[in-house]
Design a protein around this ligand. Structure first.
Ligand SMILES: Nc1ccn([C@@H]2O[C@H](COP(=O)(O)OP(=O)(O)OP(=O)(O)O)[C@@H](O)[C@H]2O)c(=O)n1
Length: 408
């Protein structure tokens, strides 16, 4: 069994950060790379943020470096600025500080790496990498990596009690890495699933989307149902049958709009219920708007009600999303059909009309007032439906006759 105990070549992100580790060590403290970047390096995945853990207390870190920012000093985190990069350097600590309702003063700083690794969530996230490439693996994280397992550090119930979001993180990692959840850990998620309701929805949202964008979203969704976590997130309660059905669809390559529309359409939501669902997940207005449009368009596809007006109202983003989802839900349209039809529309917004309000006034066809708006709306509809060509002269003539119709 080949266990890597030493890394021979650091990825560039670590190379660049090595002087930071060395400087801390030179001052007489310990310092390691920790967390996701170590995990992802060993797995050969791209790394994001380089996190450093140290035995130096925050005030000591600040003395070692010239340029630091107190990004989270009460949690023990100081940002060290170096050649345009910022590194989070965090003092070893025992308490989990992840729950928003915890007061920062509950954090206990310690000098021991072991104490720090012990309070981390999963064995694969509890590895420390030192400056010479040695990996400290106190909880068989490397074995678990080899066996593709997400396993809580120590007693799973304790880890989830410290921070219930970790249950969603387990499922997210399972989907991202295509790992299974070790059975003790999975059992603890099942027993503690209700604790998820204590967690800020924004944090759950983030993990949920990462899970759905992972390599195995189907696995993630199935695990959410099996562990009952799905019973404790907005809109999913009591929907196991539908969720199970959704978990069997092809969920690859979905962006956020498609992800949320998948559920809204799956739950047979109309416009107001989709909006409510999105609000409950604390989604941005922009995302909510696109999801509402996509879901509505999918309903129209299902009911065979899609014409140019519907495509125009939905807009390109929703049209593309609905095209993809129509295939996933096996609705009776061809791949890309909506997008092709949308692209053929003569205008995509009112601004594309070949005549403007200003020009109608300048040509003395109309004067400012409600009738002007009505005529423009009418022209817009006629052009969308290809009953008129979007050309200045044709629109001018049409505007005249619409006006005359109105005054007769
Ligand atoms: N609820 C949490 C969140 C984080 N951690 C620890 O803090 C590290 C960094 O956390 P974070 O940056 O949130 O996640 P990563 O594991 O780095 O994963 P990713 O970058 O993919 O989000 C984790 O690896 C883990 O050791 C934890 O124990 N419990």
């Amino acid at each position: 069994m080949a266990i890597i105990l030493k890394i021979n070549k650091f990825p560039i992100e670590f190379e660049e950060a090595l002087p930071i580790l060395r400087k801390i060590e030179k001052a007489g403290f310990e310092a390691y790379f920790v967390g996701g970047s170590v995990r992802d390096t060993i797995l050969g995945r791209e790394i994001h943020d380089v996190d450093i853990a140290t035995s130096a207390y925050p005030e000591e870190v600040k003395q070692i470096f010239n340029r630091t920012v107190d990004t989270g000093i009460q949690h023990g985190t100081v940002m060290v600025l170096d050649h345009g990069n910022g590194y989070e350097v965090t003092t070893f600590r025992t308490e989990s500080t992840y729950q928003d309702y915890r007061r920062p003063d509950e954090v206990t700083f310690v000098r021991s790496l072991e104490e720090d690794l012990k309070r981390r969530d999963f064995t694969i996230n509890a590895l420390a990498l030192s400056e010479d490439g040695t990996i400290t693996d106190l909880f068989s994280g490397l074995d678990d990596m080899k066996n593709h397992l997400i396993r809580a550090v120590g007693i799973a119930d304790e880890r989830f009690n410290e921070d219930a979001l970790r249950m969603m993180r387990a499922i997210r990692f399972s989907s991202q890495l295509d790992f299974d959840i070790e059975s003790e850990t999975e059992g603890a998620i099942y027993r503690h699933s209700h604790l998820l309701e204590k967690i800020a929805i924004e944090r759950i949202h983030e993990e949920f989307v990462k899970m759905m964008k992972g390599t195995r979203p189907n696995l993630g969704l199935t695990k959410m149902i099996e562990t009952q976590l799905s019973e404790h997130v907005p809109g999913f309660k009591g929907q196991q049958v539908i969720l199970k059905h959704l978990s069997e669809l092809n969920l690859q390559k979905m962006d956020e709009i498609k992800i949320w529309s998948l559920f809204a359409f799956g739950f047979k939501y109309n416009k107001p219920s989709t909006t409510k669902f999105m609000r409950n997940w604390k989604s941005s207005n922009q995302l909510t708007d696109e999801v509402v449009k996509t879901t509505f368009l999918l309903n129209q596809v299902q009911n065979n009600q899609v014409g140019n007006i519907e495509l125009y109202a939905a807009g390109k983003i929703a049209v593309v999303a609905a095209d993809h989802l129509s295939q996933i839900f096996d609705l009776a349209i061809q791949p890309g059909e909506l997008t092709i039809e949308y692209d053929h529309l003569q205008i995509k917004t009112k601004r594309d009309l070949a005549i403007s309000a200003k020009e109608l006034i300048a040509d003395e066809i109309l004067t400012p007032g409600p009738q002007l708006g009505q005529v423009l709306n009418r022209l817009e509809t006629l052009v969308i439906n290809n009953e008129l060509t979007n050309n200045y002269d044709e629109l001018l003539m049409a505007a005249k006759s619409i006006k005359n119709e109105g005054s007769n």
